[in-house]
Design a protein around this ligand. Structure first.
Ligand code: SDX
Length: 429
């Protein structure tokens, strides 16, 4: 196979090198395109055919439904690892030894407090504020209380910024929920595991001893692993491009949280539950909503379905669907919402519109069923997605900085007015 691509433009042929990845993906390296063609660029709205970088963190095969973090399959990690191990793997490239994991967790715990003045910012938000907007603001505010986190010029400085945000982010997640529900803000218990402590910080009632539920801990641990990273998705690309200006890690993460909020991205998990509840309230008529999803004149989309990369089942959706069955069975809950979701899936798998467009359930389709069973409010679902995606965002940001990637600055094709002289008010009629 040739290691070059040839582009013919205005009768002239131009050669471009081919980059081949370790999974035999190929990319046409067009770094020289503008200079050798005298200014031509490519146009690719949504970057559906455009690679932003070379990365060694996550591999996806959308046709085969493959997802691996640093070469390990998502199926094995979800079954055999815990979230903090996977966070270490994503960020540092290897599964940690026991000593490495213990030190990572100990260093994270040493920073698992936030400046009390953060509460003043939290107090300023109305209870109606969406938790993702609050979380994005608080994450950016962390820079003000940890100014040294912007400096990542040495390995120690980079490590300190990483363990600081890994320690402080769960506190912000818990406080964001507790504030909205009128609960006092407190810390968990540093003797607990990372995920166990997140649950305790979120749910501990001020007047009761908190007893952790292992079903919840295991379910959340698995969900956070499954959300860990997903190569160059919208929010990760946002974190990378903001970081490419050498803005600090916390500011870059804050931007990623805002991108994840959108209902076409991480906000879909909340939208799925609202959709399923709407269908339930409307008598459970899934056929009616399938028709709406296919009607081009109807803005309704089947939330939790479709994916830019997966043109087969999202492997995470398969695992989450099975986990939803297990969690509900373990809790002795029969949730009609899950049955409606399964009904929609079954109908879509037989429907020509969905089959032709290769629209399958994605990571967001079933996750809300588990969060709901755990008592997490639906407006916190995307916050939980952000908690899971945190190590992936960090890993991608660190890779971008260590590889000294250039500042992200795409070009455009201008389609506006040509030159025209200024008109005075009198001349404008
Ligand atoms: C996440 O990128 C990632 O990796 C993201 C993520 C991660 O881990 O970071 O995996 C997390 O964001 C998952 C996706 C969550 N979003 C949703 O569930 C929202 C519903 N899905 C769609 O909005 C859509 O499928 C997207 C946004 C996910 C993907 O959109 P694309 O790739 O731009 O595809 P498209 O909009 O061009 O759709 C292609 C066709 C269109 O029909 P035609 O114009 O060809 O006739 O499929 C149709 C679309 O109308 N279509 C849907 C549909 N999704 C696509 N029709 C009905 N319901 C849907 N859900």
């Amino acid at each position: 196979m040739s290691d070059k691509a040839i582009l013919e433009l205005h009768g002239q042929k131009h050669e471009f090198p081919i980059i081949k990845g370790t999974e035999d993906e190929i990319g046409i390296d067009i770094k020289s395109l503008r200079s050798i063609t005298g200014g031509a660029i490519t146009i690719d709205p949504g970057f559906k055919n455009t690679g932003a970088c070379e990365s060694g963190i996550t591999f996806l095969d959308g046709e085969k439904g493959i997802l691996r973090y640093r070469g390990y399959s998502i199926e094995e990690l979800a079954e055999k690892a815990d979230f903090l191990e996977v966070a270490f793997l994503l960020i540092y490239g290897e599964l940690p030894t026991k000593e490495e994991l213990d030190k990572f967790h100990s260093d994270i715990k040493s920073y698992a407090v936030v400046d009390d003045d953060i509460k003043k910012i939290l107090d300023a938000f109305p209870k109606s504020a969406h938790p993702m907007g609050v979380l994005s603001s608080l994450t950016s505010a962390l820079t003000a209380f940890n100014p040294s986190s912007v400096d990542v010029s040495s390995p120690d400085a980079m490590y300190n910024s990483i363990v600081k945000i890994m320690g402080k982010f769960p506190v912000l997640v818990a406080w964001t929920m507790r504030k909205k529900h009128g609960l006092p803000l407190d810390y968990g218990d540093s003797s607990l595991g990372y995920v166990e402590n997140v649950i305790k910080m979120m749910f501990k009632k001020p007047h009761e001893e908190y007893v952790n539920n292992p079903i919840f801990v295991n379910a959340l641990d698995k969900l956070l692993i499954l959300h860990g990273d997903h190569e160059q998705n919208c929010s990760t690309s946002t974190v990378r491009i903001v970081g490419s200006s050498h803005a600090g890690l916390f500011a870059s993460l804050s931007a990623g949280i805002s991108a994840l909020w959108g209902p076409l991205h991480g906000g879909a998990n909340q939208a799925v539950l609202e959709m399923l509840k709407g269908i339930q309230a409307d008598g459970g008529d899934t056929k009616k909503y399938m028709a709406k999803a296919k009607d081009k004149n109807d803005p309704f989309r089947l939330m939790g379905f479709g994916h830019r990369v997966y043109k087969n089942f999202d492997p995470r959706a398969k695992i989450i669907k099975a986990a939803a069955d297990e969690v509900l069975a373990d809790l002795g809950i029969e949730d009609p919402i899950l049955e409606i979701a399964k009904g929609l899936e079954q109908e879509a798998l037989k429907d020509e519109y969905f089959v032709k467009r290769k629209l399958y359930p994605n990571v967001d389709f079933y996750s809300g069923v588990i969060y709901r069973a755990m008592g997490i409010p639906s407006d916190m679902f995307t916050v939980m997605f952000a908690l899971g995606r945190l190590p992936g965002w960090i890993a991608q940001w660190v890779e971008m900085r260590l590889r000294k990637e250039p500042i992200g600055r795409p070009r455009q094709i201008y389609i506006g007015e040509n030159y025209r002289p200024f008109k005075t008010l009198e001349e404008r009629g």
